[in-house]
Design a protein around this ligand. Structure first.
Ligand SMILES: C[S@@+](CC[C@H](N)C(=O)[O-])C[C@H]1O[C@@H](n2cnc3c(N)ncnc32)[C@H](O)[C@@H]1O
Ligand code: SF4
Length: 451
């Protein structure tokens, strides 16, 4: 059996499993956990422990057809400005709940397109957050940047507010691919954006790429990879295209027959990864790459790599406060997601209460499994010894799952004295192996393919 046939027989091309940016994953959250639990947990945060903050901006001027993010198109800034007003109101509510003196170690603005905000709204929003949760010393402020929706004035405003990391949306540079995903972005526009960011003193840059897009082939992807390497980013995220038209209706504009077939898609990812490796980047987890001196690569090497809603991170902060429509908070008691639709979110905040609408309160078993899955996704291994140390004897409950993984995945997984390690040949199966430890697979949830 060839390697690809073996991976296929283990479900690589058929399994529909989560990306595990959280455990349990959002589809498993319950509507019985909401604003009340959110307020309780926020009030009890330890003011001496810095938190991470995520702000969601669910607006884009153009809606790319491939995109599965929670966002809406707008041709005018009127709804955006109204939304900033609602975020300010949410922050006022938070000010009445959070312990005094709480600081943020990190802030991330994601979307949608945060760079749809003009400079005055950037300052308004940043000031509103800082007035409630002051930045800790050495804090990091990262922003998702759409190169076609940004200019020097916006970059200057973000840099003045402390932005020191930027994540640039690229996806693919080939014109035919761009046309097929409804996202025209000439190389020079991205290059100018990168230069403007560096001129503004933002020296930590990530580039987002996607493989498996319509009309992508080896030559086109190879050319995109060369252009990306010319931009010299510190980190690269290479996401597999999640084709989920039943969730993201705009993806219905992408015809199935234009997508690379499963084996080709697999080879595209392998090829890009090889090129990044040849260029001296370290592979991080299932889909990231980083320069060896980058903190993400150092975290991976020292066992401090973590997984959060943005993907991989070196942020080990246990608490994340999500602000805005659909944002998810990770609190000591569990996960709480704000109302996903902007009107429902706006109504909650307008009525004077937090917008938590779904969530999950973690049991000891959930915490154990969450860490086990994170370990697999980050380190390609499961170490029962470490889990025993942090979670106690309950770690033994994973023994049957460990035995099952060793049995099912055979020589793609190596037994270690206290668990297992996924061999490099088996790493494409990482999400599938992680899902073996998921006790919350919701009925009827349909995820993207595992490869
Ligand atoms: C919020 S979006 C990007 C920020 C900004 N709006 C832009 O377009 O540049 C974050 C990233 O999610 C990734 N993404 C979105 N939809 C995806 C999908 N269907 N499959 C895989 N990755 C996806 C893209 O790489 C995208 O850059
Ligand atoms: S990729 Fe970015 S710009 Fe395009 S629809 Fe998604 S969030 Fe909006």
């Amino acid at each position: 059996m060839t390697q690809i046939e073996r991976l296929r027989s283990l479900g690589l091309f058929d399994a529909r499993v989560p990306r595990y940016t959280s455990y349990p994953t959002a589809p498993a959250f319950s509507p019985n956990v909401g604003a009340r639990e959110q307020a309780c947990a926020l009030a009890k945060l330890n003011p001496d422990e810095p938190v991470s903050v995520y702000l969601h901006i669910p607006f884009c001027e153009r809606l790319c057809w491939f995109c599965a993010c929670r966002t809406q198109g707008t041709a005018s800034l009127t709804p955006v400005e109204a939304y900033i007003g609602t975020l300010e109101r949410e922050l006022e509510l938070l000010a009445g709940i959070l312990p005094k003196g709480l600081r943020m170690g990190r802030m991330h603005w994601g979307g949608g397109t945060p760079t749809i905000l003009p400079p005055d709204l950037i300052h308004r929003l940043a000031n509103a957050v800082k007035a409630v949760i002051a930045p800790a010393e050495g804090w990091e402020f990262s922003v998702e940047i759409d190169p076609t929706m940004v200019d020097r004035a916006k970059i200057a405003a973000l840099a003045a507010e402390g932005m020191n990391r930027a994540s640039i949306g690229i996806q693919d540079f080939d014109p035919k691919v761009q046309d097929a995903i409804g996202r025209i972005q000439p190389f020079y526009v991205t290059l100018n954006c990168v230069e403007d960011l560096r001129d503004a003193g933002v020296h930590s840059l990530n580039a987002d790429l996607v493989y498996g897009l319509p009309y992508q082939d080896m030559a086109r992807l190879d050319d995109t990879v060369s252009k990306v390497l010319d931009l010299d980013p510190d980190r690269i995220a290479l996401f597999g295209y999640a084709h989920v038209p039943w969730v993201s209706k705009r993806q219905q504009l992408i015809r199935d027959e234009t997508l690379p077939k499963e084996v080709e898609r697999f080879k595209l990812a392998e090829h890009a990864a090889r090129r990044f490796g040849d260029a001296g980047l370290r592979a991080i987890g299932i889909d990231h790459f980083a320069k060896p001196a980058d903190t993400l690569a150092i975290a991976a090497e020292t066992g401090h790599l973590r997984r959060n809603f943005q993907g991989y991170t070196d942020d080990t902060c246990p608490t994340l406060i999500g602000i805005g429509a659909s944002s998810i908070s990770k609190l000591p008691t569990g996960y709480i997601q704000n109302a996903a639709a902007t009107p429902a979110y706006t109504r909650s905040i307008g009525d004077g209460h937090l917008a938590g609408a779904r969530g999950h309160l973690m049991t000891a078993g959930d915490r154990l499994r969450a860490r086990a899955i994170e370990m697999i996704m980050c380190d390609f291994r499961l170490d029962l010894g470490a889990l025993r140390r942090d979670h106690g004897e309950i770690a033994e409950t994973l023994q049957p799952d460990v035995a099952m993984v060793l049995r099912i995945f055979g020589n793609l997984v190596a037994a270690t004295p206290d668990g297992f390690e996924i061999r490099p040949e088996g790493r494409a199966l990482t999400r599938i192996i992680a899902s073996r430890f998921d006790a919350h697979v919701p009925n009827g949830a349909r995820y993207s393919q595992a490869s």
